[in-house]
Design a protein around this ligand. Structure first.
Ligand code: FAD
Ligand code: PYC
Length: 413
């Protein structure tokens, strides 16, 4: 580190204000308690305060802000989903993203790149046409393009994929974007805290106080809090919270891994996903290639990463971009993805009165951070599901009314 930078960091003359203040003690009660200091929990706290004037709110985080899937994801933001309900929801989300840096007064590095989902088979082409039609009908910019358009946008791509899986076309989605994930958590946290929300890190919820089917409080490692409204926004930890509450969801937890390369000169200006090759890649503003693949195929609650993953991913990335041979992978990691059977989230009320759920975000929930926060805040404030999340209610599994998003959720699974 340059000496001057170190001197600046240690100097008392230019103190950097903390992002948010953590009170020394938990209050004995809050109007709303949010379990989980990821993007979704913090965004909900922010919109509770901003949209509904509810500021007597505590966000409880077992680790550090954004240390869950929010800080582990590959930040793809898009609305080119498959169901009209999904498209409407994610499109409302993209609209919130567009002004979020200004709103939170923090540079989120929101960068619109365009998003190609490559099709290597006729059946994949059919799905792309289907998505394009639904998207257009809902006013979302998506179109099916031929291989020549892919090549024009990404000259480095090998359209034959080494002769093994030639690219037949793609779904092109102009609004596809990336952002800086941890800034999203900090930005929402700081803005919520400025309006009076209390944020507690290193504060794990260990139990729920439920009497006669109604929530009365939460137990934490630092004592109990009384409250009549609790939101669980804990992603891969959801089964532990629903077990405390005494009901089940169909969520299963699988690891999802990702990695980055050493920084390269800018060459890739779009986001590229191949469902058939199970890989995707974008280039961050720092020049790193941010890459990922499908879920690990086994259910396990773990964030360990594996050599198998990098090996499989690298071989498919090289099918697309042979010139990358020799580029070094410098970091890899995993998150715990809370997967639902229909690849749509679970949002809204639960069988326990006053307990709300924001879960089932699997591999696709980062892009939903703002709109999930906004709609969950409205749901909690009014004790009534927001209209945009009706298709995501827990009861859909009981009623056989699934919201099938598998063809659009992420890379092939
Ligand atoms: P989290 O950020 O996981 O926050 C939940 C928090 O709850 C955690 O910080 C955890 O510590 C805390 N917690 C858990 N239990 C307790 C407890 N008992 N008490 C207190 N706190 C608790 N989505 C996209 O849209 N685009 C992508 O490109 C994308 N790529 C991904 C790549 C990877 C490798 C992974 C793992 C995920 C990806 N996702 C992507 C999915 C996305 O990251 C998640 O869906 C989203 O971040 C979920 O946010 P969250 O706030 O709900 O959860
Ligand atoms: O939701 O677009 C997505 C995504 C891509 C990779 C992981 N999630």
């Amino acid at each position: 580190m340059p000496l001057n930078l170190l001197k600046f960091a240690l100097s008392k003359r230019h103190p950097e204000p903390p992002f948010f203040r953590q009170p020394d003690y938990l209050n004995p009660s809050y109007e709303v308690v949010i379990i989980g200091g990821g993007g979704h929990g913090l965004a909900t706290a922010y919109y509770l305060a901003k949209d509904h004037g509810i500021t007597n709110v505590a966000v409880l985080e077992r680790g550090y802000l954004g240390g869950g899937n929010t800080g582990r994801n590959t930040t793809i933001i898009r609305s080119n989903y498959l169901t009209p309900e999904g498209v409407a929801f994610y499109d409302a989300g993209v609209k919130l993203w567009e002004n979020l840096s200004q709103e939170l007064d923090l540079n989120l590095f929101y960068s619109t790149r365009g998003h190609f989902t490559l099709a290597h088979t006729e059946s994949a082409m059919r799905t792309m046409r289907w998505r394009a039609e639904i998207n257009k009908k809902m006013g979302v910019e998506s179109e099916v393009v031929g291989p020549e358009t892919v090549k024009a946008a990404i000259p480095q791509i090998d359209l034959s994929c080494g002769g093994r899986a030639p690219i037949l076309g793609a779904l092109y989605h102009k609004p596809g974007s990336i952002a800086r994930h941890d800034a999203v958590a900090w930005g929402y946290g700081r803005a919520a805290n400025r309006m009076g929300v209390h944020i507690f890190q290193s504060t794990e919820v260990t139990g729920l106080e439920i009497r006669q089917g109604r929530i009365h409080g939460v137990h934490t490692r630092r004592g109990m809090i009384r409250t009549s409204k609790v939101l669980s926004a804990v992603a891969g930890f959801t089964p532990r919270i629903t077990q405390m509450a005494g009901f089940r969801t169909p969520i299963v937890v699988h690891p999802l891994q990702a990695c980055v390369t050493e920084p390269l000169k800018p060459w890739l200006n779009t986001i590229v996903v191949s469902g058939s090759l199970h890989v995707y890649v974008s280039q961050s503003s720092r020049g790193e290639l941010v890459m990922g693949a499908s879920l690990d195929p086994y259910e396990v609650h773990s964030t360990r990463s594996t050599f198998d993953f990098v090996e499989g991913l690298a071989s498919h990335i090289l099918d697309l971009f042979p010139f990358l041979a020799g580029i070094k992978v410098v970091r890899q990691w995993a998150g715990m993805a809370d997967m639902t059977p229909d690849f749509a989230p679970i949002m809204g009320l639960t069988p326990v009165k006053g307990l709300y759920l924001d879960a089932g975000w699997g591999t696709w929930g980062f892009k939903a951070t703002p709109i999930a926060g906004k709609t969950m805040a409205a749901t909690i404030a009014n004790d009534k599901p927001h209209a945009l999340i009706h298709a995501f209610r827990l009861e859909r599994f009981r009623d056989f009314e699934l919201t099938g998003e598998k063809g659009a959720a992420a890379v092939g699974h």
